[in-house]
Design a protein around this ligand. Structure first.
Ligand code: CA
Length: 234
């Protein structure tokens, strides 16, 4: 396999160094930029496999870089992991809605950080390979869209509404990825006229209740949204 490449746009030298060190140790080729304008140019020139993007940057901020990358055919498919500071939840939400793939919040451990990087690259490579038809098995939860049931610990549960099943299927299919409420609302419930309650939290609450002992597979990310636990990250 060819060596994977990463561009880091981060103005704090210490963090840039730590990220670079950990990535290089695992065989990545890394380029770093300390300001937004140079960072954007570097990404456009190098076309890396992954971008690590700080949000607060001199020159051009992270969200603007994200917007420009996702808005151009040449760079739209490059996965972006945002590197955020505490209190930037609303910026994370905006970034995810602009198309960023994930984020890590400072301070983070190198282990957590590398797990995120690997997960994003893995998802980028083979998003469809693990599903057989409309059946998904994730972390002990089987979701069978055709039979309209969920199987948890050997027990078949058929009380899920169409919306709940769709929501659970979507989250499980993209396990490990955080989705904002807005994203879930548009993607999962978008044009469905049968959805009465358009409050995502209500549906999530109901899904969890029906999952019983496995309710924890759906994680709340405070201030951001929801994700299906990715046990492979641990
Ligand atoms: Ca910064």
């Amino acid at each position: 396999m060819a060596q994977k490449t990463v561009v880091i746009v981060e103005d704090e030298a210490d963090i840039r160094d730590v990220l670079t060190y950990n990535l290089e140790r695992e065989g990545f080729e890394v380029w770093g930029a300390a300001d937004g304008k140079y960072g954007l140019k570097l990404i456009q020139d190098k076309q890396p496999d992954l971008v690590l993007l700080d949000l607060m940057l001199p020159g051009l901020d992270g969200l603007e870089i994200c917007r420009q990358l996702k808005g151009s055919d040449k760079t739209a498919t490059i996965p972006i992991v945002m590197v955020s500071a505490k209190g930037e939840e609303s910026d994370i939400v905006t970034g995810l809605e602009l198309g960023a793939d994930d984020y890590v919040a400072k301070p983070f451990s190198p282990k957590e950080f590398m797990a995120r990087v690997r997960a994003v690259l893995r998802r980028g490579n083979a998003p469809l390979a693990e599903t057989v038809g409309t059946l998904i098995e994730r972390d002990g939860v089987v979701i069978d869209m055709e039979r309209h049931v969920v199987i948890v610990a050997g027990e078949t549960i058929s009380s899920f509404t169409a919306t709940e099943l769709k929501l659970l299927h979507f989250l499980a299919f993209h396990a490990g990825r955080v989705f904002t409420r807005d994203h879930l609302l548009t993607t999962v419930m978008g044009q469905e006229s049968f959805v009465v309650d358009r409050n995502i939290d209500v549906h999530i609450q109901s899904v969890r209740k029906k999952l019983g002992t496995e309710r924890k597979v759906i994680e709340t990310i405070r201030g951001v949204g929801y994700r299906f636990r990715d046990s492979r990250q641990c």
